[in-house]
Design a binder for this molecule. Structure first.
Ligand code: BGC
Length: 759
C-alpha cells in the first residue's frame, strides 16, 4: 500500500476514506500509554471490515493449543493478548438513521495521528438519505500522565437541516479475540454499573483470573451549553449513557467521554469498580482541555530526549518519528511485569508476548533514550522468570539449573508450539545474556549481577554446556538440530550464529563470575551456595567448549557459513526472484522456502552486528557482500541490522534504501500485513539504524563513539543520546559534526578517531 498516508514531519495523515485500507489504517492509527492501548478504529458504528482491538498490558489468556501432530514438550497453551472491553463505543442516530461510514456518503475525510502531541484526530462530512449532511470532528487520546484514563471529544454539526440526534455512548465487554483458536470468548461477565453519571462494566477471564473494569462519564454540550438530560442504563456486558436532543442547523453538538480502564494487575478485583469511578470522577473534574494539555506536555518532554530530526527528507523524518512514537507508547518501563510485544497494542498476531526482540532490539533504544532504570526493568523481568526458564529446560531434559528462556512468553512459560522453533530456535537464550552485557557496557552499572544477573547468566551457560555436544568425528564441539535467526531453514547443524553466541555466553559468564568473585566475594559465595555452582568443574567445562567449538566456514566464498550444508543449495540472489512472488512467504510453499538459499533475516550478519568489535572490516565486508543479496528481509527485524552494516561499510545507497524499508515498513506496508498490526519491536531497530548506522554510534569498553555519515538524500540530521548520566546532542550537517553536552558532567567521547572532552 505504497503512499496511502500523506507525508508530514510530525503527523500521519489519511486524506479521504477508502474502506479497503481501513484495517491497515486502524493499525497505523493505534494509540496507547504503556498500560493500555488500542487500534485506531472508529468510535461510531462501522459495519465494514474492521479489527476492533483494545488491549490492557499484562492481561492475557492461555488459549488451548492447536497443533496438527502433538510433540512431547509442546506447551499446552498459547498466551493471547486479550482483546478487552471496548470503551470508545457510540451509536449515533440522525433522525433514526445510523451514522455508519460504510453506509453513508462520506466526504472531506481526514484522519491525523499527531505524534508530537499524542492525539488522534478525525474529521469528515456524512450525507444521509434525503441529503441531510453533518460535519463531524473527533479527537481522542489515551492519557500518558494518567495511565488509567482516556478521553474522547466528539462533535457533530448539522450543516443543512434541523433534526433529532440520538447519541448512545457505551462500554462493551462482550468482545472476542480474532485469533481465538476455538472461536471462544475468553471473558466471563461480572457486573455492570449504571449510576446517574457513572457507567461501568467488569469482566473476568475464563482462565487465570484476570479482571478488567472499564467505565466512563460524559459531558454533553449544545454549542457551549452543558446538557443535563442523560439517561443511563445497563444490560449484560454493556453500560450505556444516552443523550437525545433536537439539533438545530448550524449548532455544534459535543460529547466528551472520560474513560477509565483498570485491571486486577493493580487492584483487587473487588475494588475495580471503585477505582474506575474515582478515575472517571477525577478525569471529568480535570476536564478535557486540562488532560489534553497534560498529554501535550508529556509528549513534548519525551520528544526532547528521543527525537531524531532529519532535514531534507520528509518521508524519512516521518518514518523515524512514527517508529519512536509507537515504541514509546507501547512500553514506558514503569512496571517490571510488563514487556514489549512485537505488535504491542496494535493487533493480535504475535500479540503482547515477549520475544528475543526485546533484548536484541529494544534494549539499545531504551538505553540510548531514557533513564537506565527502564532497561533494568526489562532485565528484572527475565530474572523474575528464571525459575520458569529452568522448568522449561527441565521439561526438555536439561538438568542442574540449566535455563532455556521461551521463544514466546507472557509469564515465563513457553507458548510457542512449533517444534522447530520451540525446541530449536534457542539462540534467544544468547540475546538475554547479551542484554546484560550491553547494559553493563553502556551504563557501567554492575548491580544487576548481584540482583539476579549472575543467576540468569549461569542458567543460560549451563544450558549451552549441555546442549552443545562433542563430535568424535570432528574432534570439536558441535551444536545439532537448531534454527538460527533465519527461520527459513530449520533443524540445521552448526548454525554459525548460534554456535558463536553460545560460546560467547560461556566466556562472558565465566568472566563475570570470576570478576565478581574478586569484587564482592560475599555476594559471590552466597550465589555459589544458592545455585550449587561447582566453580572448578563448570568453569573448566565451559572453557573446554569455547576453546574447541566448531564454526562452519566456507574457504571459497571466504565467509562464515550460516550452517553446514548451506553451500549445497542452489545459490540464487533475491534479485533473481520474480517480484510478483515476493514476499516469498506469501507465495511459496514452506517446503520450497526451506530448500531455497533465501534468508529471512540477518543470521551470520546478526552475529557480526552483536560482535562487530571481534572482527575486522574486511570480514564484515565479505560476509555482508555475500549474505545481504541472499536476504529477502521478510522479518521486520532484518533491514535495520543491514542499515547499520551498510553504513559502516560506506554503502550509502544500500543503507538508505534499507533505512526507508525499516522506517516506513508499516507506513508503506512493505510486507503486506500491516492490517494485522504494527511491527513494534523492529521500530527499535529503526532507531538503531539512524543512531548506529548513520550516526555510527558504538560503545566499546565503556567509551561512547560516533562516526557519522550523511546520506545524500538528507541535508542533515540530529539525535540525542543519554549516556552515563549525560545527555549528548549529535548534529550532523554536510561535512560538519557537532557534539554538545546538553546536561550532565563533562565526559570524554570519541568522534571518528579523535577523543573529545565535552564540557
Ligand atoms: C522473526 C523472529 C521474531 C518474531 C517476532 C519472526 O518473524 O523471525 O525473529 O522474534 O518474528 O518479532
Amino acid at each position: 500500500m505504497k503512499k496511502y498516508f500523506s507525508e508530514n514531519e510530525w503527523q500521519i495523515i489519511e486524506n479521504g476514506f477508502d474502506p479497503a485500507f481501513h484495517e491497515s489504517a486502524e493499525s497505523i492509527f493505534s494509540i496507547g500509554n504503556g498500560k493500555m492501548g488500542q487500534r485506531g478504529m472508529f468510535e461510531e458504528q462501522y459495519s465494514g471490515k474492521s479489527l476492533q482491538g483494545s488491549y490492557v498490558a499484562g492481561v492475557y489468556y492461555p488459549d488451548k493449543t492447536r497443533v496438527g501432530w502433538w510433540k512431547n514438550g509442546y506447551p499446552e497453551y498459547f498466551a493471547k493478548v486479550l482483546n478487552s472491553p471496548n470503551w470508545i463505543g457510540m451509536n449515533i442516530l440522525i433522525d433514526d438513521e445510523v451514522l455508519d461510514l460504510a453506509k453513508v456518503k462520506v466526504s472531506n475525510f481526514k484522519r491525523v495521528l499527531d505524534m508530537q502531541n499524542g492525539l488522534l484526530q478525525r474529521s469528515f462530512q456524512a450525507a444521509f438519505s434525503g441529503g441531510k449532511q453533518i460535519a463531524v470532528n473527533v479527537e481522542r487520546f489515551v492519557s500518558c500522565t494518567h495511565d488509567e484514563m482516556a478521553c474522547i471529544r466528539y462533535q457533530i454539526k448539522p450543516i443543512n437541516f434541523s433534526g433529532k440526534l440520538t447519541w448512545s455512548n457505551f462500554v462493551d465487554g462482550l468482545v472476542k479475540n480474532m485469533d481465538s483458536n476455538y472461536d471462544e470468548i475468553f471473558w466471563d461477565r461480572v457486573a455492570e454499573v449504571a449510576e446517574a453519571k457513572h457507567l461501568a462494566i467488569q469482566v473476568k477471564t475464563k482462565k487465570l483470573d484476570f479482571s478488567v473494569a472499564a467505565g466512563f462519564e460524559i459531558n454533553c454540550f449544545e454549542d457551549q451549553e452543558l446538557q443535563q438530560e442523560i439517561k443511563t442504563t445497563s444490560k449484560p456486558w454493556h453500560a450505556n449513557a444516552d443523550w437525545q436532543i433536537n439539533m438545530q442547523e448550524g449548532k455544534t453538538y459535543t460529547v466528551e467521554k472520560f474513560v477509565s480502564v483498570v485491571s486486577s494487575l493493580n487492584y483487587d478485583a473487588a475494588n475495580l469498580f471503585s477505582a474506575c469511578k474515582s478515575n472517571t470522577n477525577q478525569a471529568i473534574q480535570l476536564g478535557y482541555d486540562a488532560l489534553r494539555a497534560l498529554q501535550i506536555n508529556y509528549w513534548q518532554k519525551l520528544w526532547s530526549n528521543c527525537d531524531i530530526k532529519i532535514e531534507g527528507d520528509i518521508a524519512a523524518q516521518q518514518g523515524i518519528r512514527f517508529n519512536i512514537f509507537q515504541l514509546s507508547q507501547t512500553y514506558t518501563g514503569v512496571d517490571e511485569r510488563l514487556n514489549i510485544g512485537p505488535k504491542g497494542f496494535t493487533g493480535e498476531k504475535y500479540g503482547g508476548s515477549t520475544y528475543w526482540d526485546t533484548e536484541a532490539y529494544c534494549i539499545p533504544f531504551y538505553l540510548g533514550t531514557s533513564d537506565p532504570k527502564i532497561s533494568k526493568q526489562l532485565l528484572n523481568y527475565r530474572y523474575k522468570q528464571l525459575p520458569k526458564a529452568i522448568e522449561n529446560a527441565a521439561k526438555l531434559g536439561f538438568v542442574k539449573g540449566a535455563a532455556l528462556y521461551p521463544m514466546v512468553t507472557m509469564n515465563g512459560e513457553e507458548c510457542h508450539n512449533e517444534w522447530e522453533i520451540t525446541f530449536e530456535e534457542i539462540h534467544r537464550n544468547g540475546a538475554i545474556a547479551y542484554a546484560i552485557y550491553n547494559y553493563e557496557n553502556y551504563t557501567d552499572d554492575k548491580s544487576y549481577r548481584a540482583e539476579g544477573g549472575a543467576e540468569v547468566l549461569t542458567g543460560i551457560a549451563r544450558f549451552w554446556a549441555q546442549r552443545i555436544t562433542w563430535s568424535e568425528n570432528k574432534k570439536q564441539y558441535v551444536m545439532l538440530g537448531v534454527t538460527g535467526p533465519n527461520e527459513y531453514e530449520n533443524n540445521i547443524n552448526n548454525n554459525w550464529y548460534t554456535n558463536y553466541i553460545a560460546c560467547w555466553c560461556l566466556k562472558f559468564t565465566a568472566q563475570v563470575l570470576t570478576e565478581w568473585k574478586q569484587t564482592d566475594a560475599a555476594a559471590y559465595e552466597s550465589f555459589v551456595a544458592k545455585v550449587a555452582f561447582d566453580e572448578t568443574t563448570e568453569l573448566a567445562k565451559w572453557k573446554h567448549i569455547f576453546d574447541n567449538m566448531f564454526f562452519p566456514y566456507d574457504e571459497n566464498a571466504n565467509v562464515f557459513l550460516q550452517q553446514e550444508g548451506y553451500m549445497d543449495k542452489e545459490q540464487l540472489l533475491a534479485s533473481d526472484l520474480n517480484p510478483a512472488e515476493r514476499p516469498i512467504n506469501q507465495h511459496w510453499s514452506w517446503d520450497r522456502i526451506l530448500r531455497s538459499c533465501f534468508i529471512k533475516q540477518a543470521d551470520v550478519l546478526q552475529g557480526l552486528f552483536l560482535f562487530e568489535d571481534h572482527f575486522d572490516l574486511a570480514t564484515l565486508k565479505n560476509n555482508f557482500d555475500f549474505y545481504e543479496p541472499r536476504t529477502v528481509h521478510e522479518s521486520s527485524l532484518s533491514p535495520c541490522i543491514h542499515v547499520i552494516q551498510a553504513a559502516k561499510l560506506g554503502y550509502q545507497e544500500k543503507a538508505y534504501e534499507l533505512y526507508l524499508r525499516t522506517a516506513r515498513l508499516d507506513l508503506d506496508d512493505y510486507n503486506h500485513e500491516v492490517h494485522e498490526g504494527l511491527h513494534i519491536t523492529s521500530m527499535a531497530g529503526t532507531w538503531m539504524g539512524v543512531v548506529m548506522g548513520f550516526g555510527g554510534m558504538r560503545v566499546i569498553d565503556g567509551l561512547l563513539s560516533f562516526a557519522p555519515m550523511l546520506p545524500k538524500q538528507w541535508k542533515g540530521f540530529s539525535f540525542t543520546i543519554c549516556f552515563k548520566g549525560a545527555v549528548i546532542k549529535v548534529q550532523v550537517q554536510d561535512k560538519k559534526v557537532d557534539l554538545v553536552l546538553v546536561t550532565g558532567n563533562p565526559i570524554t567521547v570519541q568522534l571518528f578517531n579523535e577523543k573529545i572532552q565535552l564540557n
